[in-house]
Write a protein of this length. Structure first.
Length: 286
Protein backbone atom coordinates (compact mmCIF):
# COMPACT_ATOMS: atom_id res chain seq x y z
CA UNK A 1 0.00 0.00 0.00
CA UNK A 2 1.61 3.27 -1.10
CA UNK A 3 1.16 7.04 -1.17
CA UNK A 4 -2.36 8.38 -0.83
CA UNK A 5 -3.77 4.89 -0.47
CA UNK A 6 -1.57 4.39 2.57
CA UNK A 7 -2.62 7.73 4.09
CA UNK A 8 -6.27 6.95 3.49
CA UNK A 9 -5.79 3.57 5.16
CA UNK A 10 -4.16 5.24 8.14
CA UNK A 11 -6.94 7.81 8.34
CA UNK A 12 -9.73 5.27 7.92
CA UNK A 13 -8.12 3.05 10.55
CA UNK A 14 -7.98 6.04 12.89
CA UNK A 15 -11.65 6.84 12.16
CA UNK A 16 -12.70 3.23 12.80
CA UNK A 17 -10.79 3.11 16.07
CA UNK A 18 -12.29 6.41 17.08
CA UNK A 19 -15.79 5.20 16.31
CA UNK A 20 -15.32 2.06 18.40
CA UNK A 21 -14.01 4.12 21.30
CA UNK A 22 -16.88 6.56 20.98
CA UNK A 23 -19.45 3.79 21.04
CA UNK A 24 -17.80 2.29 24.05
CA UNK A 25 -17.83 5.64 25.87
CA UNK A 26 -21.30 6.58 24.55
CA UNK A 27 -19.76 9.77 23.22
CA UNK A 28 -18.41 10.84 19.84
CA UNK A 29 -16.97 14.26 20.62
CA UNK A 30 -13.59 13.28 19.19
CA UNK A 31 -14.82 11.89 15.85
CA UNK A 32 -14.82 14.09 12.78
CA UNK A 33 -18.15 14.83 11.15
CA UNK A 34 -19.69 17.59 9.09
CA UNK A 35 -20.60 20.64 11.15
CA UNK A 36 -24.31 20.55 11.96
CA UNK A 37 -25.18 24.25 12.22
CA UNK A 38 -24.45 27.26 10.03
CA UNK A 39 -25.12 30.94 10.65
CA UNK A 40 -25.48 33.76 8.16
CA UNK A 41 -23.92 36.86 9.72
CA UNK A 42 -25.85 39.17 7.38
CA UNK A 43 -29.27 38.27 8.81
CA UNK A 44 -28.26 36.03 11.76
CA UNK A 45 -30.32 33.13 10.43
CA UNK A 46 -29.45 29.59 11.42
CA UNK A 47 -29.19 27.44 8.29
CA UNK A 48 -28.87 23.81 7.32
CA UNK A 49 -25.89 22.89 5.18
CA UNK A 50 -28.18 22.66 2.14
CA UNK A 51 -29.55 26.15 2.71
CA UNK A 52 -26.07 27.55 3.19
CA UNK A 53 -24.75 25.86 0.02
CA UNK A 54 -27.66 27.26 -1.97
CA UNK A 55 -26.78 30.78 -0.83
CA UNK A 56 -23.09 30.67 -1.64
CA UNK A 57 -22.99 28.79 -4.94
CA UNK A 58 -23.03 31.90 -7.17
CA UNK A 59 -19.92 33.53 -5.65
CA UNK A 60 -16.87 33.77 -7.87
CA UNK A 61 -14.47 33.11 -5.00
CA UNK A 62 -15.20 31.14 -1.84
CA UNK A 63 -12.76 31.44 1.03
CA UNK A 64 -13.18 28.52 3.44
CA UNK A 65 -11.13 28.99 6.59
CA UNK A 66 -9.70 25.99 8.39
CA UNK A 67 -7.62 24.66 11.17
CA UNK A 68 -5.08 22.78 9.05
CA UNK A 69 -5.39 19.64 11.17
CA UNK A 70 -9.16 19.80 11.79
CA UNK A 71 -10.82 16.92 9.93
CA UNK A 72 -14.32 18.41 10.23
CA UNK A 73 -13.14 21.58 8.45
CA UNK A 74 -11.83 19.52 5.55
CA UNK A 75 -15.09 17.56 5.40
CA UNK A 76 -16.99 20.83 4.98
CA UNK A 77 -14.56 22.02 2.32
CA UNK A 78 -15.11 18.80 0.40
CA UNK A 79 -18.90 19.17 0.75
CA UNK A 80 -18.71 22.67 -0.77
CA UNK A 81 -16.53 21.48 -3.65
CA UNK A 82 -18.82 18.51 -4.34
CA UNK A 83 -21.89 20.76 -4.34
CA UNK A 84 -20.40 23.27 -6.76
CA UNK A 85 -19.28 20.48 -9.06
CA UNK A 86 -22.73 18.88 -8.96
CA UNK A 87 -24.23 22.23 -9.99
CA UNK A 88 -22.11 22.28 -13.11
CA UNK A 89 -19.70 24.97 -11.94
CA UNK A 90 -16.21 25.04 -13.45
CA UNK A 91 -14.33 24.82 -10.17
CA UNK A 92 -10.68 25.20 -9.26
CA UNK A 93 -9.26 24.64 -5.78
CA UNK A 94 -6.41 26.71 -4.33
CA UNK A 95 -4.38 25.59 -1.28
CA UNK A 96 -2.65 27.97 1.10
CA UNK A 97 -0.50 25.14 2.46
CA UNK A 98 0.83 24.11 -0.96
CA UNK A 99 3.72 26.32 -2.17
CA UNK A 100 3.11 27.89 -5.56
CA UNK A 101 6.73 27.09 -6.44
CA UNK A 102 5.83 23.37 -6.27
CA UNK A 103 2.90 23.62 -8.68
CA UNK A 104 4.57 21.20 -11.07
CA UNK A 105 4.28 18.42 -8.49
CA UNK A 106 0.57 19.08 -8.01
CA UNK A 107 -0.13 19.31 -11.74
CA UNK A 108 1.79 16.12 -12.54
CA UNK A 109 -0.06 14.18 -9.86
CA UNK A 110 -3.44 15.59 -10.97
CA UNK A 111 -2.64 14.55 -14.53
CA UNK A 112 -1.67 11.03 -13.33
CA UNK A 113 1.91 11.60 -14.42
CA UNK A 114 3.19 11.13 -10.87
CA UNK A 115 2.39 8.12 -8.71
CA UNK A 116 0.87 8.44 -5.24
CA UNK A 117 4.00 7.33 -3.41
CA UNK A 118 6.18 9.93 -5.13
CA UNK A 119 3.53 12.60 -4.57
CA UNK A 120 3.40 11.90 -0.86
CA UNK A 121 7.19 11.90 -0.63
CA UNK A 122 7.51 15.23 -2.46
CA UNK A 123 4.74 16.97 -0.55
CA UNK A 124 6.31 15.68 2.64
CA UNK A 125 9.23 18.02 1.98
CA UNK A 126 7.07 21.00 2.96
CA UNK A 127 4.45 19.33 5.20
CA UNK A 128 4.56 15.65 6.10
CA UNK A 129 0.78 15.51 6.68
CA UNK A 130 -0.45 17.32 3.56
CA UNK A 131 -1.78 14.13 1.97
CA UNK A 132 -3.08 12.83 5.28
CA UNK A 133 -5.39 15.80 5.87
CA UNK A 134 -6.35 16.62 2.29
CA UNK A 135 -6.48 13.16 0.74
CA UNK A 136 -10.26 13.02 0.23
CA UNK A 137 -10.30 16.48 -1.35
CA UNK A 138 -7.35 15.61 -3.56
CA UNK A 139 -8.86 12.32 -4.66
CA UNK A 140 -12.28 13.76 -5.45
CA UNK A 141 -10.83 16.68 -7.41
CA UNK A 142 -8.54 14.47 -9.50
CA UNK A 143 -11.35 12.04 -10.29
CA UNK A 144 -13.71 14.92 -11.15
CA UNK A 145 -11.14 16.75 -13.28
CA UNK A 146 -11.07 19.77 -10.94
CA UNK A 147 -7.77 21.71 -11.31
CA UNK A 148 -5.66 22.11 -8.17
CA UNK A 149 -3.33 25.02 -7.47
CA UNK A 150 -0.81 25.85 -4.79
CA UNK A 151 -0.81 29.54 -3.86
CA UNK A 152 1.37 29.35 -0.74
CA UNK A 153 4.75 30.86 0.02
CA UNK A 154 8.21 29.60 0.87
CA UNK A 155 8.30 29.15 4.65
CA UNK A 156 11.93 30.26 4.86
CA UNK A 157 11.09 33.68 3.41
CA UNK A 158 8.13 34.06 5.75
CA UNK A 159 10.28 33.24 8.79
CA UNK A 160 12.93 35.73 7.61
CA UNK A 161 10.34 38.50 7.36
CA UNK A 162 8.85 37.59 10.74
CA UNK A 163 12.25 37.90 12.43
CA UNK A 164 13.97 40.64 10.37
CA UNK A 165 11.11 42.72 9.01
CA UNK A 166 9.71 43.62 5.57
CA UNK A 167 13.06 44.98 4.37
CA UNK A 168 13.75 41.36 3.37
CA UNK A 169 11.23 41.81 0.52
CA UNK A 170 12.83 43.23 -2.62
CA UNK A 171 11.48 46.51 -3.99
CA UNK A 172 10.54 44.77 -7.23
CA UNK A 173 8.50 42.10 -5.44
CA UNK A 174 6.96 44.65 -3.11
CA UNK A 175 5.67 46.60 -6.13
CA UNK A 176 4.36 43.45 -7.79
CA UNK A 177 2.56 42.39 -4.60
CA UNK A 178 1.34 45.93 -3.87
CA UNK A 179 2.71 45.24 -0.42
CA UNK A 180 2.18 47.64 2.47
CA UNK A 181 3.21 46.89 6.03
CA UNK A 182 0.74 46.50 8.85
CA UNK A 183 0.89 50.15 9.86
CA UNK A 184 -1.11 50.90 6.70
CA UNK A 185 -4.05 48.69 7.69
CA UNK A 186 -5.37 49.00 11.24
CA UNK A 187 -8.02 46.28 10.85
CA UNK A 188 -5.50 43.77 9.49
CA UNK A 189 -3.00 44.67 12.21
CA UNK A 190 -5.64 44.12 14.90
CA UNK A 191 -6.53 40.71 13.47
CA UNK A 192 -2.91 39.57 13.38
CA UNK A 193 -2.16 41.01 16.81
CA UNK A 194 -4.97 38.83 18.12
CA UNK A 195 -3.51 35.82 16.32
CA UNK A 196 0.01 36.49 17.62
CA UNK A 197 -1.34 36.72 21.16
CA UNK A 198 -3.08 33.36 20.73
CA UNK A 199 -0.04 31.67 19.15
CA UNK A 200 3.03 31.01 21.27
CA UNK A 201 5.20 31.01 18.14
CA UNK A 202 3.71 34.31 16.99
CA UNK A 203 4.83 36.03 20.16
CA UNK A 204 8.43 35.08 19.37
CA UNK A 205 8.53 37.10 16.13
CA UNK A 206 8.67 40.91 16.23
CA UNK A 207 7.33 41.19 12.66
CA UNK A 208 4.67 38.48 12.86
CA UNK A 209 2.03 40.73 11.29
CA UNK A 210 4.22 41.77 8.35
CA UNK A 211 5.10 38.12 7.65
CA UNK A 212 1.42 37.16 7.55
CA UNK A 213 0.66 40.13 5.33
CA UNK A 214 3.38 38.97 2.96
CA UNK A 215 1.81 35.49 2.87
CA UNK A 216 -1.61 36.99 2.12
CA UNK A 217 -0.16 39.34 -0.50
CA UNK A 218 1.51 36.46 -2.34
CA UNK A 219 -1.68 34.40 -2.26
CA UNK A 220 -3.74 37.38 -3.47
CA UNK A 221 -1.43 37.81 -6.46
CA UNK A 222 -1.75 34.13 -7.40
CA UNK A 223 -5.53 34.22 -7.02
CA UNK A 224 -5.74 37.29 -9.24
CA UNK A 225 -3.82 35.31 -11.85
CA UNK A 226 -6.32 32.44 -11.64
CA UNK A 227 -9.22 34.84 -12.04
CA UNK A 228 -7.63 36.45 -15.10
CA UNK A 229 -7.59 32.99 -16.69
CA UNK A 230 -11.38 33.09 -16.58
CA UNK A 231 -11.88 30.29 -14.07
CA UNK A 232 -15.54 30.15 -13.05
CA UNK A 233 -15.44 29.44 -9.31
CA UNK A 234 -12.30 29.47 -7.17
CA UNK A 235 -12.46 27.67 -3.81
CA UNK A 236 -9.67 28.84 -1.51
CA UNK A 237 -8.66 26.55 1.36
CA UNK A 238 -6.70 28.63 3.84
CA UNK A 239 -6.09 29.00 7.54
CA UNK A 240 -8.95 30.84 9.23
CA UNK A 241 -6.90 33.98 9.91
CA UNK A 242 -5.91 34.21 6.23
CA UNK A 243 -9.45 33.53 5.00
CA UNK A 244 -10.95 36.24 7.24
CA UNK A 245 -12.51 39.11 5.29
CA UNK A 246 -9.91 41.63 6.49
CA UNK A 247 -7.01 39.45 5.30
CA UNK A 248 -6.69 37.61 1.98
CA UNK A 249 -10.10 38.65 0.55
CA UNK A 250 -9.31 42.30 1.22
CA UNK A 251 -5.86 42.08 -0.36
CA UNK A 252 -7.27 40.29 -3.40
CA UNK A 253 -9.56 43.27 -3.99
CA UNK A 254 -6.44 45.40 -4.56
CA UNK A 255 -5.77 43.37 -7.69
CA UNK A 256 -9.27 42.52 -8.82
CA UNK A 257 -12.82 43.37 -7.76
CA UNK A 258 -14.66 40.08 -7.37
CA UNK A 259 -17.79 38.71 -5.70
CA UNK A 260 -16.61 36.57 -2.79
CA UNK A 261 -17.94 34.70 0.24
CA UNK A 262 -16.06 33.94 3.45
CA UNK A 263 -16.88 30.89 5.59
CA UNK A 264 -15.15 30.46 8.95
CA UNK A 265 -15.37 28.06 11.90
CA UNK A 266 -17.13 29.74 14.84
CA UNK A 267 -14.37 28.58 17.18
CA UNK A 268 -12.01 30.99 15.37
CA UNK A 269 -14.12 34.00 16.34
CA UNK A 270 -14.53 32.63 19.84
CA UNK A 271 -10.75 32.42 20.14
CA UNK A 272 -10.40 36.08 19.07
CA UNK A 273 -13.03 37.13 21.66
CA UNK A 274 -14.10 40.11 19.60
CA UNK A 275 -10.63 41.66 19.42
CA UNK A 276 -10.43 41.49 15.62
CA UNK A 277 -13.43 43.71 14.94
CA UNK A 278 -16.64 43.34 12.94
CA UNK A 279 -16.84 42.30 9.29
CA UNK A 280 -14.75 39.15 9.36
CA UNK A 281 -16.93 36.52 7.63
CA UNK A 282 -20.23 35.92 5.86
CA UNK A 283 -21.03 32.51 7.36
CA UNK A 284 -19.93 30.60 10.44
CA UNK A 285 -20.16 26.91 11.15
CA UNK A 286 -20.53 25.26 14.54
Amino acid sequence: MHGIARSRHRRHYHAAACLLSCLFLLSCSGCASLPGRYESLADHQTLSIGEMLGRIERARVLFIGEGHTEDSDHLLQLAVIRHLHSRGKRVVVAFEVFPAAQQGVLSRWSGRLLDDSSFERLTGLFWSDFVYYYDDILGFCRDAGIPLFGIGTDKAITVSIASQGPAVISQEQSRELRFADCSADEVYARLMKSMAAADAHGRDFPYFCEAQRYVDSVMALHLAGLLRRGESTVVVLAGAAHAARAALPSLLSRHRAVDSVVLLPARFLEMLQGTAGGNIADYLWY
